[in-house]
Ligand binder design. Structure first.
Ligand code: MEV
Length: 315
């Protein structure tokens, strides 16, 4: 269908949430769940942009999604200098990606919108993937202030990416995997604010630079080893590094009891590594589950204690 062309994916950070803000490399995997977007345009001088949001959200999510996404949508429309005058536009968002869960649904929303602009408006038919990603980054500012750009890049390009923010354009490359990496991810059901948590980490870093630098150094060692074990397809080593990264995120104070409980339960059920993924203090965790049997066992264990659990693989 034409909507397929607007698919933008959710993401799980394998290594590097928070540290990626400070321009060190991270590894991020897109998940199969996606957001799509359609645009209907009417010649009409109201300049109204109507947003219809049919995306699923976490069970306890109270804020009206359409309201929260309005700033992000407006930034994308302003970026392309479209609508607002002489036209009426209806934007409809759908797909199976779960909002406010920590899966990068905000980035997927704005990237899906940029894809819909390309598909619907002839003057944008030649937009490149990099231009879609850049528009997505503008939209992400509406949700997250000045994010690293990792979420919109994963939403645009999919697959497993090495990503690094720089003073200029971010640099990223697709990692070729020997075989898909089977994982389970689960939600705490708690929606945390990326802006607030990133700001708090920054305040703690400024208050105690030596403490932060020590954690950053430990993290950099993990991500460079992680890249190597991914290339070798060494899942057991990858699992250990995932566990180590979780420990560092606990030390950074961005994990929480709910995340730690899910991480421990996943390991007890047979996961060979587990960590929080994304902003933390709520949101998601992921578990490395190398066989279908382990994946099912870990998902079953997590389903008893987590509001939402998904099985997927990085490709
Ligand atoms: C959020 O998905 C990832 C963070 O590192 C923030 C960012 O990269 O902008 C917490």
């Amino acid at each position: 269908s034409t909507l397929e062309k607007t698919h933008a994916y959710g993401k799980l950070i394998l290594f590097g949430e928070h540290f990626v803000v400070y321009k060190v490399p991270a590894l991020v995997g897109a998940v199969a769940a996606y957001t799509d977007c359609s645009i209907e345009v009417e010649d009409n001088d109201t300049g109204i942009v109507e947003i219809v949001d049919n995306r699923p959200a976490v069970p306890n999510y109270k804020i009206k999604k359409a309201e929260e996404g309005k700033a992000a949508v407006d930034l994308v429309l302003n970026h392309f200098k479209i609508f607002g005058r002489g036209k009426k536009a209806k934007l409809t968002f759908g797909g199976n990606l779960c909002c406010a869960s920590g899966i990068g649904a905000s980035a997927a929303q704005v990237v899906a919108l940029a894809r819909a602009v390309k598909q619907t408006l002839p003057q944008f038919a030649t937009l490149t993937e990099d231009e879609i990603n850049a528009a997505g980054y503008e939209g992400e500012k509406g949700y997250h202030g000045t994010p690293s750009g990792i979420d919109n890049t994963a939403a645009t390009f999919g697959g497993l990416l090495k990503f690094q923010r720089t003073d200029g354009e971010p640099i990223f490359e697709k990692k070729q995997l020997k075989e898909p990496i089977r994982i389970v991810y689960a939600s705490t059901g708690i929606t945390s604010s990326t802006i607030e948590v990133v700001d708090d980490v920054r305040a703690k870093k400024e208050a105690d630079p030596a403490w932060f630098d020590a954690l950053l150094k430990q993290y950099c060692d993990i991500v460079s080893k992680g890249e190597k074990v991914l290339e070798d397809g060494n899942m057991n080593e990858l699992g250990k590094l995932i566990d180590e990264n979780h420990k560092i995120l606990q030390d950074l104070t961005v994990s929480c009891d709910e995340l730690d409980t899910l991480v421990i339960a996943a390991r007890e059920a047979g996961a060979i590594g587990a960590k929080m993924s994304g902003t933390g203090r709520g949101g998601l965790m992921l578990a490395l589950t190398p066989t279908e049997e382990i994946q099912n066992a870990v998902a079953a264990a997590l389903e008893k204690i987590a509001p939402q659990v998904w099985k997927t693989s990085f490709q």
